[in-house]
Design a binder for this molecule. Structure first.
Ligand SMILES: CC(C)(COP(=O)(O)OP(=O)(O)OC[C@H]1O[C@@H](n2cnc3c(N)ncnc32)[C@H](O)[C@@H]1OP(=O)(O)O)[C@@H](O)C(=O)NCCC(=O)NCCS
Length: 222
């Protein structure tokens, strides 16, 4: 059930008059995901207005309509939903520090980003036992954790549950390579022992000057 609260925010209201998104456009059989990222002029405590402004702009671009014709809402679990225009597109949003991301696709989509920063002890309780083993064997455990975690959050957003689902019950199987987001192979998701059918599943670094971030995007089979 949608709460029907619409956003009408301009980029100025989002605290950055010059949102100039960095874009990835990824084709898959039967559709396309468009992912826009932007770095704000400074970190914001509440990134929701900036996420909404970016989402309005991306949806308007993808649906060929005016930004004023875009209306967004949240469902009961907090997932963003497109109220207008009336098009068969799904939306996902993310933010961290001074960065916001929005993704639009033809099927259930999830996007997540993490800044890379200083290495920290990963919270092992959110990881599947296989992921913990992969981390223990990794030469760059921090980098691997960030890729696993963004991938898992992107999946949980595509499902629409977010962390209402127990993340340790989901296993992300990344290819060993540390390729960039644009070049990385698809990862596999095994949820409670069953392989998930995805149209797109990528997680990797992407440049967003002055520093790269880790970006993940998942589009589920309908
Ligand atoms: C999804 C979730 C993991 C993201 O948390 P986060 O890492 O702090 O935040 P991110 O920047 O990565 O993402 C924030 C965006 O996730 C999206 N989101 C929130 N809940 C979501 C859900 N259940 N499914 C899909 N996307 C969701 C929203 O678009 C949100 O941005 P917005 O509120 O400005 O629209 C977390 O919000 C969550 O688990 N939410 C669901 C459980 C919950 O608390 N529900 C409350 C009912 S309103």
């Amino acid at each position: 059930m949608l709460d029907r609260v619409t956003y009408g925010l301009s980029a100025e209201a989002a605290g950055d008059a010059s949102i100039a998104p960095f874009a990835h456009s990824l084709e898959y059989p039967g559709g396309r995901a468009d992912i826009w990222l932007t770095r704000l002029s400074e970190p914001a405590r509440d990134l929701s207005p900036a996420r909404a402004a970016l989402a309005h702009r991306l949806v308007a671009w993808r649906a060929h309509c005016e930004e004023s014709g875009v209306a967004l809402a949240h469902d009961a679990d907090g997932a963003p939903r497109l109220v207008a225009p009336d098009v068969a597109l799904a939306l996902s949003l993310a933010g961290r520090g001074d960065i916001v991301a929005a993704a639009v696709a033809d099927g259930p989509v999830g996007v997540d980003i993490e800044t890379i920063g200083e290495a920290f002890s990963p919270p092992l309780n959110v990881l599947h036992p296989t992921e913990r083993a992969a981390l223990a064997a990794a030469s760059d455990a921090h980098g691997l954790f960030l890729r696993i975690w963004t991938a898992k959050e992107a999946y949980l957003k595509a499902l629409g549950t977010g962390l209402l689902r127990e993340p340790a019950g989901i296993e992300v199987r990344l290819a060993a390579s540390d390729a960039t987001f644009a070049e990385c192979p698809a990862f596999d998701i095994v949820d409670r022992g069953r392989r998930v059918a995805t149209r797109l599943a990528r997680a990797g670094r992407t440049d967003l000057a002055p520093a790269p971030v880790v970006l993940a995007c998942v589009v589920l089979e309908l």
